[in-house]
Design a protein around this ligand. Structure first.
Ligand code: F3S
Length: 414
């Protein structure tokens, strides 16, 4: 891989061991994937934040990095941690876990990384522009950035995103290149897809089929208003599910996503006929719902995977008001609405947090049902409206899953 003189100096350790390690990591990745050079990035998003996922070894690594006084060189945000950084005592997070988690956060803070821990950085200020190169690690955020925004990132791991954040560069390969953004599969959706959980089920099916391919969706019936603007959370759910059940980092939706027209033009020039076509029917969706469900009664209802937008919180508030839930008539099981501290501050001002808390629910920031130690907090049956969470909960948290749309799972709690 070509390196500039300055990059060579870093590679050879002339600026110290930490920068050398970072450069070695990026060059190794570049060599493996055939990158010709490094390119500048406009932002980074780093995963490997929950103490549950990184453990003691990860914490030691971060302590070594942060003690060297190294700082990130581009705007960098963090993925969810293992607990709400403000309300961890009130929510009953284990004491020892909380202590370790705070140490992890301190390391990132020392490196000048913004500690608003969220998997939806694009709703909280880390918003790349179309065509910009970034280095993001959270798979659902990667999918959103590539697909809905048209920015360019590979599915980075925690260490490579951190190395990129520090050096401000990433190897030029994969989804940074035009040729890897061309669809590999055409998905004809001949099913009624309206609710968020329908999109999750669709993503779950298609991810398994295309693995790390690039699906191009053609919906037979799609209300554009239902997935655009504020309601793009439905596509956020689709992307998260695609990334969790397969390794999808980029998808296109006809007439919706910014590169759909461009990439389709490129296919027609070459060999549209040879691209694999898959049809998804109502029966496929129904079967996927069944396969994602493994329980009936939740002890925790969890909404916000990926982290909730204000629109999704509003839907919960409307449900609470409509069903007269309040201090005297509360949810019969725990309810977590997972979001970022940024979105929660607006929910506070709107009065939504009070309404949810009066009904017995909690707006939980900085974490989620997958990366929090929910299995150690006594939760066994978790209701979710997220295809990604439904996929991960059995393995990561040893939980049974009740999968359904927002209103359906909220009804299970009253
Ligand atoms: Fe975000 Fe946790 Fe889901 S990190 S995408 S809410 S598994």
């Amino acid at each position: 891989m070509f390196l500039t003189k300055e990059e060579e100096k870093i590679y050879n350790g002339e600026y110290g061991e930490i920068l050398e390690t970072c450069m070695n990591l990026l060059v190794s990745l570049g060599d493996i994937y055939g990158a010709e050079k490094l390119i500048p990035i406009s932002s980074a998003q780093v995963s490997g934040v929950s103490y549950k996922t990184i453990g003691e070894k990860g914490l030691e690594f971060l302590k070594d990095m942060s003690n060297s006084n190294i700082k990130v060189s581009v705007p960098t945000t963090l993925n969810p941690a293992g607990m709400d950084l403000d309300k961890y005592v009130e929510l009953g997070f284990p004491k020892e876990f909380a202590k370790k988690q705070l140490e992890v956060i301190e390391c990132f803070k020392k490196m000048s990384i913004e500690i608003g821990c969220t998997c939806t950085p694009y709703l909280s200020g880390n918003v790349p522009i179309f065509g910009s190169h970034i280095s993001w690690a959270e798979s659902s955020a990667v999918s959103y950035a590539n697909s809905i925004i048209g920015a360019r990132t590979n599915r980075e791991g925690g260490p490579s995103a951190l190395a990129s954040a520090i050096l401000g560069k990433t190897p030029y390969y994969g989804y940074h290149l035009d040729e890897n953004r061309i669809p590999t599969h055409i998905i004809e959706v001949d099913a009624e897809i309206t609710k968020l959980s329908d999109y999750g089920a669709l993503g779950s099916i298609v991810g398994k089929i295309v693995k790390n391919g690039v699906p191009y969706f053609k919906f037979k019936k799609l209300d554009i208003d239902d997935v655009s603007s504020y309601k793009s959370y439905k596509l956020k759910g689709l992307g998260a599910s695609l990334a969790a059940s397969g390794g999808v980092a980029l998808y296109h939706v006809e007439n919706i996503t910014p590169e759909a027209k461009i990439v389709m033009g490129k296919i027609e020039e070459s060999n549209y006929k040879e691209i694999e076509k898959i049809t998804i029917t109502d029966d496929d969706i129904k079967n996927e719902y069944e396969s994602l469900n493994s329980a009936e009664c939740p002890d925790l209802i969890c909404i916000g995977c990926p982290h909730c937008s204000l629109e999704e919180i509003t839907e919960v508030v409307d449900f609470i008001l409509k069903n007269n839930l309040n201090k005297n008539n509360r949810f019969k099981c725990d309810l977590w609405i997972c979001t970022s501290i940024h979105i929660k501050s607006i929910a506070d001002r709107m009065g939504y947090t009070d309404i949810i808390e009066n009904a017995g629910g909690k707006i939980v920031c900085d974490t989620c049902m997958v990366v929090a130690p929910v299995e150690d907090m006594g939760y066994k049956n978790i209701a979710t409206n997220s295809g990604k969470a439904a996929k991960y909960l059995p393995n990561f948290c040893n939980s049974n899953v009740i999968y359904g749309d927002t209103i359906d799972i909220l009804k299970k709690g009253i």
